[in-house]
Design a protein around this ligand. Structure first.
Ligand code: GTB
Length: 216
């Protein structure tokens, strides 16, 4: 049984761990599965060989023998389901952990992506500065709701789960913006995630991969 993940040959963040292969690496480390890495150069993302693995020409892709998966949420759910350790045994607690996995992807990440689009893809548009306060307000509202729910708890629902892995991964994308600093509860939550040995191994692995493949 061999697991291979596909990531950027050179991540645009230069190894800060913000691309979505980091969350997959983290899940693989949590469940204790070794993996190989295929780096794809940007121009090749939209070529037939890669499109056969990922119809939208993106990363990450996960391959395990004859199974090929795209979508980081589906990959992490697969790992949690197949290998254990990231979903509770109790059926209701397991459903709630899966709910948080979806919540991270569907209710928190979109507003964060919107900020990235507003800054980088639309930053030069004449209406960009007028729209920005709305974009920031939507993120802050969601972070306040999440922070209120987390409260003094270590993790979102009992033990650390795939839901926390995804939520911390999503929140980490806010790091460069400084917005998270306004939410001490969430800052501490993200730091607890980052402190996990499995996250540390995943982070270092993607950093080393990017360093090794950096253009001369
Ligand atoms: N819903 C999919 C999933 O969760 O797997 C989304 C996949 C996705 O957006 N992949 C991005 C991609 O392949 C990389 S992660 N983009 C290339 C393309 O669409 O052509 C997004 C990302 C990229 C880079 C940074 N960075 O450098 O800071 C951060 C996040």
């Amino acid at each position: 049984m061999t697991i291979t993940i596909t990531c950027f040959e050179h991540s645009p963040d230069g190894g800060k761990g913000l691309a979505r292969d980091t969350r997959v690496r983290w899940a693989l480390e949590e469940v204790g599965q070794p993996y190989e890495v295929r780096g794809v150069p940007f121009p090749k993302l939209k070529e037939a060989e890669h499109l056969a693995r990922h119809p939208f020409g993106q990363i990450p892709v996960f391959e395990e023998d004859d199974l090929t998966l795209f979508e980081s949420g589906a990959i992490i759910f697969h790992l949690a389901d197949r290998y254990g350790g990231l979903l509770p045994e109790d059926p209701n607690a397991r459903s709630r952990a899966i709910m948080w996995l979806f919540a991270a992807l569907n209710s928190v990440e979109p507003s964060i992506l919107d900020l990235q689009n507003a800054k980088f893809a639309e930053g030069d548009k004449p209406w960009a500065s007028e729209r920005m306060p709305l974009v920031l307000e939507r993120i802050k509202q969601r972070l306040k709701q999440l922070s209120d729910r987390l409260g003094d708890n270590e993790w979102l629902d009992g033990e650390f789960s795939a839901g926390d892995l995804m939520m911390v991964s999503v929140l980490l994308r806010l790091k460069p913006s400084g917005i998270l600093g306004g939410f001490p509860t969430l800052t501490a939550y993200v730091e607890r995630g980052e402190a996990r040995p499995a996250y540390q191994r995943a982070f270092k692995a993607q950093q080393a991969f990017n360093a090794a493949s950096a253009p001369a």
